[in-house]
Design a protein around this ligand. Structure first.
Ligand SMILES: *[C@@H]1O[C@H](CO)[C@@H](O)[C@H](O)[C@H]1NC(C)=O
Ligand SMILES: *[C@@H]1O[C@H](CO)[C@@H](O)[C@H](O)[C@H]1NC(C)=O
Ligand SMILES: *[C@@H]1O[C@H](CO)[C@@H](O)[C@H](O)[C@H]1NC(C)=O
Ligand SMILES: *[C@@H]1O[C@H](CO)[C@@H](O)[C@H](O)[C@H]1NC(C)=O
Ligand SMILES: *[C@@H]1O[C@H](CO)[C@@H](O)[C@H](O)[C@H]1NC(C)=O
Ligand SMILES: *[C@@H]1O[C@H](CO)[C@@H](O)[C@H](O)[C@H]1NC(C)=O
Length: 315
């Protein structure tokens, strides 16, 4: 998966000639094994999920109802607290009218959000990224989980489809981090948006009055500068850049929370955006240098209309 120097040089040339933003999210042809160093900690990934590559099948005569599901991130630990910051987790629900059975489908991190956002920096300065995300499909919708007391929580029927319904979701790859105009995110919300788009191509009818807002963590930056792969940075950049790069990630790694400290760490990370005003951004296995704007970070929770969701740009 590592970019070799040739393709890195091609990328550099592209960037110098005026980059085509946003940089496309790179698909991989197969899932690399997760490093055994990477552990999920408190909550296991997909404990009751179906086997890899399994999907929901329905009778051709069935009608499947589709639900938008939304709950505050880490609600199992903090209740509705994260809803105050509009940091929500999104998923999709499906219900068979024929059998009454229902399912939940969500895309999330194998080893928790913090591990996905920043790498582990070993004492000898090597990095380990625990940044894989995957789809989890399981039987049942636990209504109480999504129909919580926060205003932003949601368990809402948004559409239905009849007939053949065996999706080939192509959304099955690495996770991404925060989104800007330069790089689009690849998180649970964008998974849901892409999925709804795919469903509409299969003929799903959405209710036109459905209103859905999605969380985005926005970083505001000047035009990103490509610096290269980890190996390139270690071997070919000057020592001040190299040291700053390692220091940056070591700082964040040291904030990696123990189970009790999640919120504190989040606030520290938030603060360091405002003080340091620079960011090394990791995407498609290369690093970019970002000079942050006066307002470097913002969480938005904006409406995306059904009409916009089913436009080809999300396909
Ligand atoms: C990932 O994060 C969780 C919770 O923050 C933690 O318990 C776990 O040890 C982390 N994994 C690694 C490899 O550090
Ligand atoms: C860095 O340390 C790790 C863990 O001890 C080891 O596996 C790896 O080979 C070391 N890398 C280098 C470049 O020394
Ligand atoms: C999903 O199925 C469970 C178990 O039958 C039921 O308790 C729940 O109300 C259903 N939820 C929806 C949204 O259909
Ligand atoms: C979820 O909550 C809303 C508002 O309280 C209620 O109208 C709806 O019936 C609930 N849905 C389920 C499946 O419990
Ligand atoms: C090191 O490289 C960076 C990025 O190319 C450059 O901005 C900086 O001026 C260089 N520093 C020194 C001391 O050469
Ligand atoms: C949803 O988005 C719309 C449009 O961006 C905004 O006016 C509204 O306040 C948002 N709703 C919530 C609950 O934040």
């Amino acid at each position: 998966m590592l970019l070799n120097i040739v393709s890195l040089l091609l990328l550099v040339v592209n960037v110098l000639n005026g980059a085509q933003w946003p940089i496309p999210y790179e698909r991989v042809s197969s899932r690399p094994p997760n490093n055994p160093y990477c552990q999920p900690g408190l909550i296991l990934f997909c404990p009751t999920g179906q086997a890899k590559d399994s999907m929901i099948f329905a009778q051709p005569s069935d009608t499947i109802e589709i639900f938008a599901l939304k709950k505050p991130v880490w609600s199992f630990k903090f209740g509705d607290l994260m809803a105050k910051f509009k940091i929500m987790h999104d998923a999709l629900g499906f219900r068979s009218q024929l059998t009454g059975k229902n399912w939940t489908m969500e895309w999330y991190e194998l080893d928790q959000l913090f591990n996905c956002t920043f790498p582990h920096v070993l004492p000898n300065d090597t990095f380990i990224w625990c940044n894989q995300g995957a789809l989890c499909v399981y039987e049942g919708i636990v209504d109480s989980m999504w129909n919580g007391s926060s205003d932003l929580s949601m368990l809402k029927k948004i559409g239905e489809t009849s007939g053949v319904f065996y999706e080939t979701w192509s959304i099955w790859s690495d996770p991404g981090t925060a989104a800007t105009l330069y790089f689009d995110s690849y998180d649970c919300a964008s998974f849901v948006i892409r999925s709804l788009n795919t469903l509409s191509q299969y003929g799903v009818q959405f209710y036109s009055d459905v209103r859905l807002n999605y969380t985005r963590l926005n970083i505001y930056s000047q035009e990103p500068e490509l610096i290269g792969t980890y190996d390139y940075i270690i071997q070919h950049t000057n020592s001040s850049l190299k040291n700053d790069f390692i220091k940056f990630y070591r700082d964040f790694d040291s904030k990696k929370p123990t189970t009790e400290d999640w919120l504190k760490s989040l606030l520290q990370i938030y603060e360091s955006f405002f003080i340091q005003k620079r960011f090394y951004f990791y995407y498609n296995d290369v690093y970019w240098y970002l000079r942050l704007k006066a307002t470097p970070l913002e969480v938005t929770f904006d409406e995306i209309s059904i009409g916009e969701i089913i436009q080809p740009k999300y396909a």
